[in-house]
Design a protein around this ligand. Structure first.
Ligand code: THU
Length: 147
């Protein structure tokens, strides 16, 4: 197994584990996600629903939020993997793409997988055309280190 496949296998095992903790009694659609930080840590998340349906938190945003809470900085997150049980790999929602775009590295890879062989992969900001960006806000000052 090459390095990339080894990382994906590791992320998948974290995402599968997180999906088993999903709180999704309304959709019965459990999702797990895991993201790899530049410090080599893996952070995972699952979807958490609420009877007030609009308060549902997606798995991808939960994983990214966990990374930020542990000190990950904007632009420092590399590969993010999404897992849903079954034979179909599903696409991340628009809200998650917007959050990923702001916090993940420019060359980040997003992979969606399932129990079968199907994989969907997006590289770089291609997963979100024409995003709303922090620079649109007059008060914004860059949280990303200058390169
Ligand atoms: N969901 C995610 O966790 N991630 C996505 O990108 C799309 C949808 C969750 C939200 C809700 O709990 C369930 O899947 C059905 O929409």
């Amino acid at each position: 197994m090459n390095q990339a496949d080894t990382l994906l296998a590791k992320l998948k095992s974290h995402a599968v584990k997180a999906s088993r903790h999903s709180y999704s009694p309304y959709s019965r659609f459990p999702v797990g996600a895991a993201v790899f930080s530049e410090t080599g840590q893996v952070y995972s998340g699952c979807n958490v629903e609420n009877a007030s349906l609009g308060l549902t938190q997606c798995a991808e945003r939960a994983a990214v939020t966990a990374a930020v809470a542990d000190g990950a900085t904007a632009g420092s997150l590399g590969t993010l993997l999404i897992y849903t049980p079954g034979e179909t790999a599903h696409s991340p929602c628009g809200a998650c793409r917007q959050v990923m775009h702001e916090l993940m590295a420019d060359d980040a890879v997003v992979v969606s997988c399932c129990d079968g062989d199907e994989l969907k992969t997006w590289t770089g900001p291609g997963y979100l055309p024409d995003p709303f960006v922090p620079e649109s806000l007059p008060a914004f000052s860059s949280p990303k280190p200058e390169s």
